[in-house]
Design a protein around this ligand. Sequence first.
Ligand code: MRU
Length: 334
Amino acid sequence: MTSTVHWNRGAVELIDQTRLPHHLETLRIETVESMVAAIKRLSVRGAPAIGVAGAFGVVLAMIEADPFTKPEEFDRLLQALRDARPTAVNLAHRVDQVAAVIGGGADAALAEAEAIRADEIRASRAMGDLGADLITELVASPRIRAMTICNTGGLATVERGTALAVIQTLHERGRLELAYPLETRPLLQGARLTTWELQQMEAPFRLVVDSAGPALISRGMVDVVLAGADRIAANGDSANKIGTYSLALASRADEVPFLIVAPESTVDRATVQGSDIEIEMRSEDEVTGFGSTRFAPSGAPALNPAFDVTPASLITAIVTDRRVVHTDRGERPA
Ligand code: MRU
């Protein structure tokens, strides 16, 4: 079976997203150390998917270090999982959720991790339906042109996704005229992964460079902008892939609805506002080149924030798997 992330006979199996779209390969992860490395290099990525990977990672940790006879070693492994990426709150939330049931043994922990995976699948379907219903209310045109950034499909969750699940649902309802995935520099999740998923669902799309996003919005070519989130603060400020904020600004300037789509597991009630969200800074090498190709001169310094924060004031609504938070009417997620 090929799926984004699942447990199989004592190990976690992941689609290696660094190899897509040209190679569909599965990685078998048997240790916490290799899980942490897979999360850091984005073999598994997207907030809900790394949450599920982290949940199974706790089971790996129990196999490696018995929490009752080697509690310090076990805690160290759990902290390494939580710290693998800092911005997506799903990772730490899901690790803690499984850690809370370790008293029942490895079987109980595995059952909890499987329940988390099933919950993300249920959530993706619900977000797709709620988001598509909302767009029907917000956009008069029967045929929708939807812009999106990064990859928020089944690869970023387990199935269907968040923002991309809404696009898929619109397509299944015969309402999608065209999707505009942004390429998503520097790691090209849009160009490599979202296009691959759109092809699989046979949805019409045109890939555009990131800097074309605001221009297409301003030229009336976009009916709705949809983005996922890695962490939603209590006040609705939302962290997502770098470049999301500029789409929100352009959407506001041209009165195009801008929607954040994310499961409840991404809402972080402990984070009051966006400025409290830690933004992951990644390697300069990702900006100065791609893979083994270097395009900036040797030694050129770079800055590589992986995420930005869109203030709630620029978001029309936040669609979760349970509700629509109308931020434009002053509603807040927590
Ligand atoms: O760095 P990535 O590829 O993990 O970034 C992912 C995103 O920014 C997604 O939009 C976000 O995790 C929501 S995915 C359903």
